[in-house]
Design a protein. Structure first.
Length: 364
């Protein structure tokens, strides 16, 4: 009888000890759990993670742990199970190491996806130096990477094979930047800042292809090659600020070419000297610089610049292909951008004097 009593006491003590162990373990697990679902750190540290479509809780937990955003994947899974949190959405997220498990899950459920797309606007009239600078500012590419690609003959050959409107003219040794004038001005959206220069160029070339293709028959019938058309269009782009004047300006240039006259466009001199037009006026010596871009040079009679000098709009391309039909050989624009056309140099000089006397003369 005494032995039975002792046995019961021992069993009771064991059960009591087991209960204590269970309670202590439970408290320990609870303390561990609460600690593990707290933020990894108190200071802010952004981390971008991309949750793939079809990812379950276990995969997401492992990914977040590997990214250093949560302390423990198992604790994350327990939290989700206890709180019935499974409606997390796929996508790219910018999370922070100072966020708790609850905060992270809330973000993933809301679908607060990071928009890493990069939007770049390339306006007509801007040149390759501006393009290179803008690409370096907006993406993870440097200006040198842009220039190196423009000098990569193997790459240029692939473009010549791919696009009907590009040929060996872009490889002329006198051309500053091979694709100047071939990249179509527009607003483009890229996936993120890691977009490479080739992708940017080819998206712009695809747009130029779409713009030029409707004019393919006109180009074939023209007296000028695509390269010459784009070169003329680029000068028209910078000389005629108003779209309605462009066909008239193009007509003047073509009339001058037909008479073996120089285009005498200051914008080509600025480009030849790599000076921005907003900087200053040009000197007489600079205007006379002999350069295959500078149509002020005496060596450029009857010649188009060796290549385009800026990005060209559809309206400037159309102006060259469908220019006015007049005998005008001169034009001048006032400070408001209005263009005045003349048939003779006498008329032209008279108009210049009128503009100066009336305070409408344009200065750079």
């Amino acid at each position: 009888m005494e032995r039975r009593e002792n046995g019961r006491v021992k069993i009771g003590m064991i059960m009591f000890l087991l209960l204590i162990i269970v309670i202590v373990a439970g408290i320990g697990v609870n303390i561990w759990y609460k600690s593990e679902i707290k933020p990894v750190q108190s200071s802010s540290e952004k981390v971008v993670v991309e949750i793939a479509g079809g990812s379950g809780v276990s995969k997401i937990a492992s990914q977040l742990e590997e990214s250093g955003l949560i302390k423990n994947a198992d604790a994350f899974k327990i939290f989700c199970k206890l709180n019935k949190r499974t409606a997390m959405q796929a996508g790219k997220y910018e999370l922070d190491k100072n966020m708790s498990v609850a905060d992270i899950i809330a973000q993933l459920e809301k679908g607060n996806i990071v928009d890493e797309t990069v939007t770049i606007t390339f306006p007509e009239g801007k040149n390759m130096r501006w393009i290179a600078s803008t690409i370096s500012e907006k993406t993870n590419n440097s200006k040198n990477q842009v220039y190196e690609l423009l000098s990569d003959e193997e790459y240029l050959d692939t473009l010549i094979d791919k696009y009907w409107f590009i040929d060996d003219d872009i490889k002329d040794k006198d051309i500053y930047y091979s694709l100047e004038g071939y990249l179509y001005p527009d607003t483009y959206i890229f996936e993120d800042k890691n977009v490479d220069v080739k992708t940017i160029f080819e998206k712009m070339l695809d747009k130029m292809d779409a713009v030029l293709t409707p004019y393919k028959d006109e180009i074939k019938k023209s007296d000028y090659s695509v390269h010459e058309i784009l070169s003329l269009a680029s000068v028209v782009e910078l000389e005629a600020k108003n779209e309605e004047d462009r066909a008239g300006v193009a007509d003047v240039f073509i009339n001058r070419l037909n008479k073996n006259m120089a285009l005498q466009s200051d914008v080509t001199t600025y480009y030849a000297l790599k000076i921005d037009m907003s900087e200053r006026d040009l000197t007489a010596n600079e205007l006379a610089t002999q350069n295959p871009y500078n149509t002020r040079s005496t060596t450029m009679n009857g010649k188009i610049p060796v290549g385009p000098i800026c990005m060209v709009s559809k309206s400037s391309i159309k102006a060259v292909l469908e220019h006015d039909d007049t005998d005008n050989l001169f034009f001048v624009a006032d400070k408001n951008g209005k263009v005045y056309f003349s048939k003779t140099n006498t008329e032209h000089e008279k108009k210049i004097k009128e503009l100066k006397d009336s305070g409408l003369w344009f200065t750079y």
